[in-house]
Each structure stands twice: as C-alpha cells, then as structure tokens.
Design a protein around this ligand. Structure first.
Ligand SMILES: [Fe+2]
Length: 128
C-alpha cells in the first residue's frame, strides 16, 4: 500500500497527486492504447517540468544498484508510478515490462536498448 503523504508532497503548480488522479482516470477510461499514451505523455511532460511537484522519495538512489521507488499503485495494481534513479554507471538488467510504460526524465538522460528475442521462448529464465 502506498502513502497518501507522499502524494500530498507536491509544492508546485502541478502535483504528483494531480498527475496520479488524472492519469488513473485516463488509464481506466477504456480508451484505445494510443489515445491513453498520448494523453499520459501530455501529463508526464507537465509533471517533469514542475519538478518540485515530485516528492523527494522519488529521487532516492542506492549505491549498490539502480533504485526503483514506488510512489503509487492502486489496490488492483492496474498501473504503478515509480521514481527510478540510476547513479552514473548503473544499469538495469535486460527485462520485459510486458506492457507499455511512460517515462519522464527529470535529470540526466536515459538510454534504452530494444532487444528482439530470437529463441522459441520455452525457457523463461534464459533468452537469446
Ligand atoms: Fe524498463
């Protein structure tokens, strides 16, 4: 369960609380995926250009590996809002989100590599 205190930490003209409320309405609207993503992109741009709207918990890093800080997830887990932090040189292992993601970068840059699986997928723990 997430804390409403985190969501109330917004100090800017836009807040994580507003982003969450508006984003959840879009996600639950049964719109076409393209339309959901287009609308979420607009909200994300608004959020990351009001960085004080994002609570400090989102920006906590870890020395040993990248940090993925959960900021909000509804009980039915239909989506989640995470604050991902990479210190210089940190990476994430190759992974599959199994769905779409909307990523906003507040500081630095993100580099992504897209892989195409070329084996038959019979071993979920190993891929080529
Ligand atoms: Fe990812």
């Amino acid at each position: 369960m997430t804390s409403e205190i985190k969501l109330e930490a917004g100090l800017d003209s836009y807040s994580l609380n507003a982003f969450t409320r508006e984003g959840e309405a879009i996600i639950r609207s049964d719109s076409l995926e393209y339309d959901v993503l287009r609308r979420l992109k607009s909200l994300m741009e608004r959020l990351i250009t009001a960085p004080r709207a994002i609570p400090p918990e989102a920006f906590v890093s870890r020395a040993d590996k990248f940090a993925n800080n959960l900021l909000y997830r509804p009980e039915d887990r239909i989506f989640s809002i995470m604050g991902g932090n990479w210190l210089p040189g940190q990476t994430t292992p190759i992974h599959d989100h199994l769905t779409w993601a909307v990523v906003g970068v507040c500081e630095g840059e993100e580099r992504e590599s897209i892989y195409r699986r070329i084996d038959d997928g019979s071993n979920p723990r190993k891929a080529r």
